[in-house]
Structure formats: structure tokens, C-alpha cells
Design a protein around this ligand. Structure first.
Ligand code: 5GP
Length: 201
């Protein structure tokens, strides 16, 4: 069986990335979402092994040393990383895999796995970005400012991505379908469809 493809989805805080990825997986359950490891504490609604593998700093550093991370980065003073084995096994089994990761990790993957496809999700503009970050109503002004600055820095890296998708307010499903169309199109690359020729010989 042909291997599945690897898709990176990055998007700054306020891009609505989590919601869009959930909508994509709901509509297309055949796609696999990689579960990252992190050293940050779980939020109230989060479950170990479902949203993240929540592990200690010591355990994370041991995994880095043992070469178990396909990529990793620090974000807001915590480690986040993609477990290599699970991702490669799923692809080997023919599944398309999505990594929902930040920009530094995305660049590591692009370097390591040349045919991976990087998609950046953005809010429509800075006013919407700010309104979304403030709208959560759960963070301090300092954290909001930090997220806003970080979001702008991340969006500046857009030229290093293969695709960009804008997530307009209230159009989650449409945005998820745009991402799905990219996934479908990537499968039609001639690099993966050479066997068609054999049918004509
Ligand atoms: P959060 O703490 O809000 O769940 O995630 C913070 C940031 O870390 C988000 O931008 C998210 O995409 C990113 N992230 C989550 N998992 C990984 C990972 O495995 N590797 C990297 N590099 N970033 C990750």
C-alpha cells in the first residue's frame, strides 16, 4: 500500500486551529491526528493520551536524548513534541497524518520529511485576531499581549509554508473543507500517481 502523507497545520493563537482541526476530523475520520507530548499541565477539559501525552520535563528530555521525537520545540516555557514512532507507523499503514504544531517544529519537519505539506491557518486580519484573543476572557492583559506579538511573528513565517488558509468568523466547516481539498490535491501529485501509466502499457 502507498504510504500516507504528512500534513502540518500551524496557526497562531486566535487562528481557530483547534476548532478547525476538530471539524476536519469529524468530517473525515479516516485522517489521523498525531497526539503530541507536552510538559505543560492539562487544562480542565483535557485528558491524558487524548489531547496530549502529559509528561514531566525529565521524561521529555529523556525522550529527546533517546531520539524518540520527530521534532520538538518550547512554547511558553514548556516543551511540546511529536512522537516519531506513532506518526511513522500510521503513515506506513497508509494513513494521512496531521501534526498540529507551532512554527519551529514545523520547520524541523519540513527539513526532515521533504514531502510533508505545511499549511498555515490565519485569522482574516489583526483586528479579528485581537478580538478573538480578548474574547476568550480567561487571560491576563500580559498574556494577551504576548500571544498577540507571538501570533504576528508566526504569521510572518507564512512564506515558508506550502499553503495558507484564512479562517473567517463563523465559517469553520468551510475552512475545514479547504484544508481537506489541499489533502486531496496532494494525493494527485504525479509523484504518487505514476502507476496510472502502467494501465496504458
Ligand atoms: P497549547 O498549549 O495551546 O495546547 O499549544 C501551544 C502551541 O504548541 C500551539 O501552537 C500548538 O500548535 C503547539 N504544539 C502542540 N503540540 C506540538 C508539538 O508536538 N510540537 C510543536 N512543535 N508544537 C506543538
Amino acid at each position: 500500500m502507498r504510504k500516507g502523507l504528512l500534513f502540518i497545520i500551524s496557526g497562531p493563537a486566535g487562528s481557530g486551529k483547534g476548532t478547525v482541526v476538530n471539524a476536519l476530523l469529524e468530517a473525515h475520520p479516516e485522517i489521523t491526528l498525531s497526539i503530541s507530548a507536552t510538559t505543560r499541565s492539562p487544562r480542565p477539559n483535557e485528558e491524558n493520551g487524548v489531547h496530549y501525552h502529559f509528561i514531566s520535563k525529565e521524561e521529555f528530555e529523556k525522550r529527546i536524548e533517546n531520539g524518540k521525537m520527530l521534532e520538538y520545540a518550547t512554547y511558553n516555557e514548556n516543551y511540546y513534541g511529536t512522537p516519531e514512532k506513532e506518526v511513522l507507523e500510521a503513515m506506513e499503514a497508509g494513513k494521512d497524518v496531521i501534526l498540529e504544531i507551532e512554527v519551529a517544529g514545523a520547520m524541523q519537519i519540513k527539513e526532515k520529511i521533504k514531502d510533508s505539506v505545511a499549511i498555515m491557518l490565519t485569522p482574516p486580519n489583526k483586528e479579528v485576531l485581537e478580538a478573538r484573543l480578548r474574547g476568550r476572557g480567561t487571560e491576563t492583559e500580559e498574556v494577551i499581549k504576548w500571544r498577540l506579538e507571538r501570533a504576528k511573528e508566526e504569521i510572518m513565517l507564512l512564506p515558508q509554508y506550502d499553503y495558507s488558509v484564512v479562517n473567517e468568523d463563523g465559517l469553520i466547516d468551510k475552512c475545514a473543507e479547504k484544508i481537506y481539498k489541499i489533502i486531496e490535491s496532494e494525493h494527485q501529485r504525479t509523484a504518487y500517481t505514476k502507476t496510472i501509466i502502467e494501465k496504458f502499457i
